[in-house]
Structures are given as C-alpha cells and as structure tokens.
Design a protein around this ligand. Structure first.
Ligand SMILES: [Zn+2]
Length: 312
C-alpha cells in the first residue's frame, strides 16, 4: 500500500547554505501524487517544484530541485531519506524559503516528527523501480552503479585522506527497516578550510557544530565527538538513499558506490532512465511501518536480513 502522513508534520530551522530560517509543513496528499514541494513564499511565479530526479538543477553542495520559472528548493536529501525510511509515498511539502532546514544534519529529526504524527495507508499499491540491467557512471576514481538484485540495498565506500576518516564503508537494505537504527542519525560533515571558503562565497551560512561534523586538519571539532566510528560513510548512505528516492519510489536492486556525491547519485538515475530496458515499475507488497520510539543508532555493522516480497 502507498502511504501519506496522517496529519500535517511541522518542522522549522535554519538552512545549512542559505542561513535562512524556514518552516516546513509536510501535508497529506492523494494516492499516486508523489512528493511535491510548494514554495509558499513565492507568489509571482510557479511555486510548485516536484521532488523528482529530472527536476534536479544543482548538486554542487547539496541536492537542489527547481522548476521552469527558476524557483528552487535546496538541501532536500536528508528529508527525502527520512520519507524513504518512513515509507511516505505522497506528500505536499510546503516551505516558506529556499532551503529545507538542516536540523541536526541527519535524517533523525524528520523521521521522529513524521512517526509522531503517523502514516495513513492509501488504497493503491506501492510502486518500486526494479533494476533490470546494470548501469554505471564514473568520474575518475568515483563510481556509482545500479545493479539488479533482491531488496533495496545500498553499499558505499569512501576514502578521505584525513586521520578521522580514511577508508570506511557502510551498507543498508531499505526493506529491512534498519535505516532507522543504522543510518538515520549520521550527520553531514565538512572540513574547516572548506567551510571558511564557502562562507567567503556566502554559503554554509547556517552551518555550525550543532548541525554538522566539522573536521580541522587532524581531528573532529565537535565536543561530543562522533555518533559512530564510520558516521561519515553512514551519512553517505543517507545521502544516497535520499537522492535515489526522487527516482519516484524505492529502488529494487543494489546501489553500489565508491566515493559518491550528489552529482553522481543524480547522474546514475539519469543514465538509468535513459535506457528503457534497464528498469521497470513493480508493485511492492510489504508492510513495514517503523517504530515510533526511535532507537539510538547502533554502531554494529551486521548486514541486515532481507524481508521483502516483491512481485515483478
Ligand atoms: Zn547529507
């Protein structure tokens, strides 16, 4: 079954890049209407921006969607990951500014707010996007691949020449329900020298140790430290889940990546949808409604068991 939120979910906070304070309302929406942003502060132009892969207009610092009038919504990826984790298929997401609030830099505050309100089942089958043929995009040593496979599996490896990061990996199966205790709390991260350069360009204006892990040349600057030793790789999984959810439904298959980013995540979807024989819509038959009481993130890295039935 498809799901929407049972009532309006309201969150507010600062945008990571714009520094703008915005209020976000996630409203119930009809079956098969998908995820759509409405910029309620824009009156003189088209203010509707679909949260779809083919509306992505910028991926340099975050994922930005836009419409033909140039109206945009930035930093959608953590909210999209939360909607994926909660199984929300349809919502009208009202926002009174240019950027989704960053909250604590993870997906957890969005998930908590959505589950506090609860979901409403809708009389239509949930639609997934089944990968039928391997597709890849590559940029130097960065590679992102979608492959046929069971479940909705994300596997990512990163390698940063920093003593706190180095080579690390993380994986999840979205159909296991483990996103919430394995990935949801992993925060975005940045390097102090980059933050200073971005600020000089009028970006990262809302960034702070309250909403991002910040690294100086050899250490994590946040006094509370990391939530998991591989929080960085886990956050890259979170970003990929959010960036792939705007395909229009859950991916049925495997996402494998080495050193991915928002650009590669969007390019692999564009490559997939350019090949009609590489994918197909499938109806999904599963009922996973996450627990309302959110667990603390488990740093154990066991691979989750697949618990989904997919009828092609
Ligand atoms: Zn992120």
């Amino acid at each position: 079954m498809q799901h929407t939120v049972s009532k309006i979910v309201t969150l507010s906070g600062v945008g990571l890049h714009s520094g703008a304070e915005t209020v976000l309302n996630i409203n119930p929406a009809s079956a098969s209407s998908g995820l759509v942003f409405v910029r309620v502060d824009v009156a003189d132009k088209d203010n509707i921006v679909p949260a779809k892969w083919n509306h992505v207009v910028d991926t340099r610092l975050c994922t930005v969607v836009g419409n033909k009038d140039g109206v945009t919504v930035g930093t959608i990826e953590h909210l999209m990951a939360a909607l994926a984790a909660c199984g929300v298929d349809n919502a009208v997401i009202e926002l009174d500014g240019p950027e989704v609030p960053i909250m604590d830099g993870s997906a957890e505050p969005f998930i908590e707010a959505i589950l506090d309100v609860g979901l409403k089942a809708q009389a239509a089958p949930r639609r997934g996007i089944k990968i039928l043929k391997e597709v890849s995009v590559r940029d130097g040593d960065k590679i992102v691949t979608l492959k046929p496979g069971i479940g909705s599996r994300y596997q990512i490896e990163i390698d940063f020449p920093h003593p706190e990061i180095g080579r690390q990996s993380a994986q999840i199966d979205m159909f296991s329900g483990d996103f919430i205790n394995q990935i949801a709390e992993a925060r975005t991260f940045g390097f102090l020298h980059e933050v200073n350069a971005l600020r000089a360009m009028g970006l990262a204006l809302g960034g702070s140790l309250e909403n991002a892990i910040v690294l100086d040349t050899d250490s994590v600057m946040n006094p509370e430290g990391l939530r998991c030793p591989n929080e960085f790789a886990r956050h890259k999984v979170l970003d990929a889940v959010g960036d792939l959810y705007i395909a229009g439904g859950p991916i049925v298959g495997q996402f494998e990546a080495s050193k991915p980013g928002h650009n590669m995540n969007n390019l692999v979807l564009r490559e997939l949808f350019s090949q009609p024989d590489a994918w197909a819509f499938v109806d999904l038959y599963m009922d996973h409604v996450p627990e309302v009481d959110l667990p603390v993130m488990s740093c154990a890295s066991e691979t989750s068991v697949l618990k989904v039935a997919v009828r092609a």
